[in-house]
Ligand binder design. Sequence first.
Ligand code: NAD
Length: 500
Amino acid sequence: MRDIDHVIAGNGGGAGASRFGEVFDPNSGQVQARVGLGTAADLDRAVAAAQAAQPAWAATNPQRRARVMFRFKELVEANMDALAHMLSSEHGKVIADAKGDIQRGLEVVEFACGIPHALKGEYTQGAGPGIDVYSMRMPLGIGAGITPFNFPAMIPMWMFGVAIACGNAFILKPSERDPSVPVRLAELMLEAGLPEGVLQVVHGDKEMVDAILDHPAIAAVSFVGSSDIAHYVYQRGVAAGKRVQAMGGAKNHGIVMPDADLDQVVADLSGAAFGSAGERCMALPVVVPVGEKTADALREKLIPAIDALRVGVSTDAEAHYGPVVNAAHKQRVENWIQTGVDEGAELVVDGRGFKLQGHEQGFFIGPSLFDRVTPQMQSYKEEIFGPVLQIVRAPDFETAVRLPSEHQYGNGVAIFTRNGHAAREFAARVEVGMVGINVPIPVPVAYHSFGGWKRSAFGDVNQHGMEGVRFWTKVKTVTQRWPDGGVGEGGNAFVIPTMG
Ligand code: NAD
């Protein structure tokens, strides 16, 4: 049995853990490795190494820091196939999708290669007589990231790409369900020339998360995961005086206007609802056709498209999607399907009980389609995070704007239409953080920023782009005057200075 260890101060943590988590191969349903679950003492060792390394890293000029990111990008590209297979074997997403996971993270690293420009401060000459004002973006010190299972490459890179380029040391606590890729990324950063102690990986569960949230030397925590945990992390981290951004779950809606190109919508929905077995926070699991005619026509086209989906092992190049991450998650998704039936939704395609020949123990779920789902249903209100698409019929545009706006989650939303006015109106009014117009998964590019609203994100600064730079730095503002000894310059001032 392979053991997966921490990466502390550039080498294996040598933790000798007393508790372990099981890492499955979701294709076979078998345990393939175990990960040592760390303790506060392991975190202390990582923090001590980070404290030793961070001042010199912060003092390294930003171009040199960027060069490490350039080299890291090249190394990840050179290792793309191996990383994608490793990712796929623990997560279950198909290889092409695993490469997408890595590539979307690398794009944040590309953004971080431009950090010298992004860190330039502001300057005002002559803000008053002989007075100049300038501001600098300084690193926070030690930051930590706590990441979910569903993007084991992209989300760690969202965080450490920017945090490290800004001059921070970074401690990553990846999901214990698929921890190997984060470890490999940390090794590649070392190979790229990052000094030991600047990026470390500690494994664990709630015990390690709590240790991170309470540690006085950790200045900021970035979290991505489910909403209840995100809220908990946010509250506990803020109570300990940290800067915290905590992204949560989602239930993204796709509005289909009567004038939409339905063939295109069906093609988009197939990928967005079922890709990665629906285990994406930007999946599109709710479709809202406007008007009964649109709903009937859409349903008619969706059924054969869903029947044509190929569920296969994650290394099957023809498969549209692979297994879900573990048996507990499979059970959870199937329970939600039963809840939908019990609540009176119409189960048009039932994906339960799906068995892949030769892989009967794998965590596979067939695609499911519900029609006549209503906003009162629990299966609509909560995130299912599986290959399940729900049709909620809306009588008109106003209802279609209201549904995602009133939902507890507000991560992403899409509208499909040929009507520019309707799209513009929708984008302006909908209470959701990321909007797609004829784009089913509107994940912003790396130099913009990622973040939802409502229970999809706690805290007020988004991931990556300039928002990421703001999160991982603090501003110091200097007001300077160089008196030349002239009349009146040396007097006492008892009134607050103004520029009046
Ligand atoms: P999760 O909340 O179970 O786990 C996320 C992290 O929190 C993991 O590192 C885990 O070890 C830790 N954790 C788990 N239970 C904890 C507890 N009780 N106390 C403290 N820490 C705990 O999430 P997941 O199942 O790994 O990921 C799926 C979820 O993440 C979905 O809800 C999905 O929508 C969400 N997600 C959100 C975004 C976003 O950007 N908004 C992106 C990806 C995933």
